[in-house]
Write a protein that binds this ligand. Structure first.
Ligand code: PEP
Ligand code: MG
Length: 321
């Protein structure tokens, strides 16, 4: 019934007092990006680039990468102006664990989720990341000045890794490097990490998996794999409280209309989700002031279980009743 009342997203994410809270889309290719722009997304908060690398036995070449990235950037070119370009956050290759790639992933690893994945791939297979960043830089230049491309690395655990990614992005000529916060160690050291990079984006899918020590692919562990778990919310809060610069959230949690205001209260400055989730999240945020979001965050982090947390938050959100 509530669904029927939710209007299409008007492309302008805001809180009740008018504070801007950009609502961005998670996309995986050009078609997704065009659909997201059509649905009103203000930009892209997570461009997963694995699609280009799946189902093949070697790395895609430079030209192929440039044109695939360009397609996504150009889907948002008309959403921005030279003064206010549309943001597209591209995530560099996240190979390994739940996203194995035949030519990069060692399938003999005993614990793939704890193995060589994401940014760690650079250690085992140096060069792939640098070539990807070079293609991103060329695609960005081709897409024009109405799109602002940010790049972020997945599976960062330490400040040194963040610094190393910043150096690589700079070498490619990319000016806005960031990292994903999806490992508890990174959430706890978000302060020093954000002295090295310009922004962070919290990946709640993996942050939940690693905080709760529960495989995200196991349906039988769904109760543990829940971003409403107090421990997960506390790590998100630590990230929000200590980060310098923008703090996005791009995991599934951002698409939950009850959790979205809590994430804002914990310090999120933008939320990224599948385009289909935008209208419901936008509608709830419009009913919540920044002060109320902070109160919801306090209620959420003080609760003792995920069920208690959710119930306490929903009780304070008339828009969801
Ligand atoms: C996450 O981990 O929350 C995330 C957004 O990335 P992925 O789901 O692609 O690992
Ligand atoms: Mg992840």
């Amino acid at each position: 019934e509530r669904r029927a009342q939710i209007a299409a997203f008007d492309g302008d994410g805001r809180l009740a007092d008018g504070t801007a809270l950009p609502l961005l889309a998670n996309v995986g290719n050009g078609a997704d990006a065009r659909a997201a722009a059509e649905a009103g997304a203000q930009g892209v908060g997570l461009f997963r680039t694995e699609f280009l690398f799946f189902d093949r036995d070697s790395e895609p070449g430079h030209e192929e990468q440039v044109s695939a990235y360009r397609e996504v950037f150009e889907a948002f070119a008309a959403r921005g102006t030279a003064e206010q370009p549309a943001k597209v956050v591209l995530r560099t290759l996240d190979a390994g664990a739940d996203k194995p790639l035949p030519f990069l992933t060692d399938t003999e690893e005993p614990n793939p989720a704890l193995g060589v994945r994401g940014f760690r791939t650079e250690l085992a297979s140096p060069g792939v990341l640098g070539r990807q960043l070079a293609a991103v830089a060329e695609a960005e230049a081709a897409a024009g000045d109405t799109v602002d491309v940010w790049v972020m690395a997945p599976m960062i655990s330490t400040t040194e890794e963040a610094a190393s990614f910043r150096t690589m992005a700079a070498e490619a000529g990319l000016k806005t490097p960031g990292v994903m916060i999806e490992v508890p160690a990174a959430a706890l050291t978000a302060g020093p990490i954000t002295e090295e990079v310009e922004f962070v984006s919290i990946g709640t899918n993996d942050l939940t998996q690693y905080t709760m020590a529960s495989d995200r692919q196991l349906g039988s562990l769904a109760a543990l794999n829940d971003a409403w778990q107090p421990a997960v919310l506390q790590l998100i809060g630590a990230t929000g409280a200590t980060s310098h610069g923008p703090v996005g959230v791009c995991g599934e949690a951002a698409a939950d209309p009850a959790l979205a205001p809590v994430l804002v209260g914990l310090g999120a400055t933008s939320l990224s989700m599948s385009a289909a989730a935008l209208p419901a999240v936008a509608a709830v945020l419009r009913t919540v002031s920044p002060e109320q979001a902070k109160e919801l965050a306090a209620v959420a982090t003080a609760a003792r279980s995920s069920a208690e947390t959710r119930a306490a938050v929903v009780a304070q959100l008339p828009a969801l009743q």
